[in-house]
Design a protein around this ligand. Sequence first.
Ligand SMILES: [Zn+2]
Length: 219
Amino acid sequence: MNNSDAPRMNFRPDVEQLPPERWVYRVFPSVCRPAYKRDRLTTSFHEAGHCILWVALGGEIESAELTETGGITKKYWPELLRALGEKSQDQPAPAKQPKQQESCSDKKARQENQWRSSTWMAADSLAGRQAEMILHGFQFTGALFEHTSDAKAALWHIERAALPLCSVGYCQLITRSVLTLYWPWVAKVAAALNCRGRLGRGEISALLADMNADPSVAA
Ligand SMILES: [Zn+2]
C-alpha cells in the first residue's frame, strides 16, 4: 500500500483542545488509580466511548452490545482495519505488493501517517476507560498503565509505530479531548445501550446523525 491509497482518518475532528503532538514523548507520572463501581451504566459509557472515538475518526459502528462479562463494540471500516493489520476482521489479507523506490518526502509522509494513525488507534482503544473516568468525575492525573485487553491493544498500536511507551499518556489526552467535545453523544449512546442492551448499525447512526453538526449544542 502506498501513501495515496491509505485510508483517510480524521485526525482533527473539530477538536481545538488536542494535546500538542510533541507531547507524544512527554512522561505523565500517574498519581492515582481511579476506582469506582463497574455497573451496567459504566459499561454502557465504556462502549459508547469506543463508538464516539471511532465515528470521530471517520469510521462506522456495526454494533455495540452489553455482555455477561462486560461489553463489545464492533467497528466497521474494513479498508482501514486491513491496512493496519487488525486480526479481528474476516477479510483476507491483501496480496503483497512489490517494493517500490520511495522518495525521502514520500517516506516522511508515510511515517507521519503511520505515527498519527497509530496514536489515534491507540486513543480509540483507550476510549472506553476514559469515558468511564469522565462519567465518574476523574480528571486526567497521569498516564494510566493497565493490563486490560484495551490497554494491550493500545500498546500494540504504539509499538507498531515505534513510539515510546509513555505516549500512552498522550493518547489518553487525545481520547479525553474528543470525548469531552462529543460528551452529549457519548451520553446519548450510553443511555440507549443501558436501556436496550444492544444497538445495531442503524440505531447508532440515527443517534449520531447530528454529531458533527455543531458540537457545542447537545441534541
Ligand atoms: Zn473497551
